[in-house]
Design a protein around this ligand. Structure first.
Ligand code: IDP
Ligand code: MG
Length: 150
């Protein structure tokens, strides 16, 4: 089992898309194991997006991600990182595949609704930034045998 970090960004909250985003990941088959409604401060924003610090869009990205509440989540499944990224879609909603969250719900890279970790290593790092150790729950979902053969 793999875990990934997914966050609904401030635009997703303001546009009332929390249920829609969670619903799509649930229907795909990923399991929600941690969730937190929170405000990201500048320090956390800079750490989370550290890889982009030299990019021209970095200041506006930090302003945006700190501009209102986000929903931070941990989702679990086999290949959770890749499955979540696939369901989320490409960074630019205008280039994302129809059927993905970003393509179906957005039009602009700077307002692309949701974040998903890009590798298992990133997922571990990001989960550590947003959640205390042991915060994620281990629980059995009764429909798992209908979702996975073994
Ligand atoms: P990702 O979210 O698909 O992993 P990254 O390249 O890691 O994409 O970029 C992180 C976030 O930074 C994007 O989701 C988007 O919000 C923002 N971003 C990336 N590239 C641009 C850009 O060219 N203009 C404005 N914002 C950008
Ligand atoms: Mg990224």
């Amino acid at each position: 089992m793999e875990r990934t970090f997914v966050a609904i960004k401030p635009d997703g909250i303001q546009r009332g898309l929390v249920g829609e985003v969670i619903s799509r990941l649930e229907r795909r088959g990923l399991k929600l194991v941690a969730i937190r409604l929170m405000i990201v401060d500048e320090g956390l924003a800079r750490r989370h997006y550290a890889e982009h610090v030299e990019r021209p869009f970095f200041p506006s990205l930090v302003d945006f991600i700190t501009s209102g509440p986000i929903v931070a989540m941990i989702w679990e499944s086999d290949n959770a990182v890749a499955l979540a990224r696939q369901t989320i879609g490409a960074t630019n909603p205008a280039e994302a595949t129809p059927g993905t969250i970003r393509a179906d719900l957005g039009i602009d890279t700077g307002r692309n609704i949701v974040h998903g970790s890009d590798s298992p290593e990133s997922a571990e790092r990001e989960i550590g930034l947003f959640f205390e150790p042991g915060h994620a729950l281990d629980y059995v979902r009764s429909n798992d045998p209908w979702l996975r053969e073994s």
